[in-house]
Design a protein around this ligand. Sequence first.
Ligand code: PMV
Length: 314
Amino acid sequence: IREGHGRTWAKAILLGEHSVVYGHPAVAMPLHDLQMRATATPTAGPSMLHSLEYSGPMGDSGPGFACIARAFEAAREFSGRMDQSFEIVTTSDFPHERGMGSSAAAAGAVIRAVLDACGREASADDLFALTQMAEQIAHGRPSGLDAAATSSPCPIRFQGGQMRPLAQRIEGAQLVIADSGVHGRTREAVGGLRERYEADPDGVGPLINSLGALAQAGIAALDDGDAQALGSAMNRAHEVLAELGLSLPVLNRLTAAARNAGALGAKLTGGGLGGCVIALADSAETADAVASALRSAGAPTAWTYRMRTSEANR
Ligand code: PMV
């Protein structure tokens, strides 16, 4: 037994949020520069957790940390070391409760740190299953998108509960992710859309289908290395999401500011009604201009992320 380390990262949904709930594909991007790190140090006393504002016994960490506590238990169990106490520390480069996947990322990092400390090997499928177990505590019935994307080396396609790595051949482009400063309300957004769909399937259904088609177009654009086409799909997706009542004035203002500063495309990302926006810029210079325009338009934080080509083999 020794000190163990685990590392995961943030995720952003590029296209297909909401329509994925109705069986269409969605695309999620791992944001490798925005890391979540965990260390697991063997200790003699009770297990301790230091995460965000909490510092104290793991067992007293409360509902806000239930996902981490469950991840910790699952990893000790998997390693056959339920008797071993640890001091767990998590540190993150990105905020929580903004649709960036922080709960799955924290669970994944803690699981990796504990397994590393115990010298226990695990397959990608084992790691995914352990992370999902922890996410179920936090979210009830998580789709698995966050658990997969926060540890994937490449973009992933998600449809009907199935995940597939995606090829990404856009060179030199950057994503800009900006926090609106308003907590996302995914559950409310998903429930509200369901009600509107049931009340008016002929009006709402085609809009949901068009989000699915735009995600499909985005998958083709990534594969072809076509940043213009990806940007257009993102712009159109934002319009449709807004038409479906999932945007907010602040999200419309931020996406407009990004486009005015030269973004090829901009949209809300994730559940909507708050959370983050995501924009695509064709170069590092444009990305910097877009990020500063987003900050001027009121975003408390904006991150730029360089897209890396990747093949889809896993
Ligand atoms: O807000 P996030 O990043 O958890 O994304 C929610 C994505 C939805 O499609 C709106 C809901 C879901 O379960 O897929």
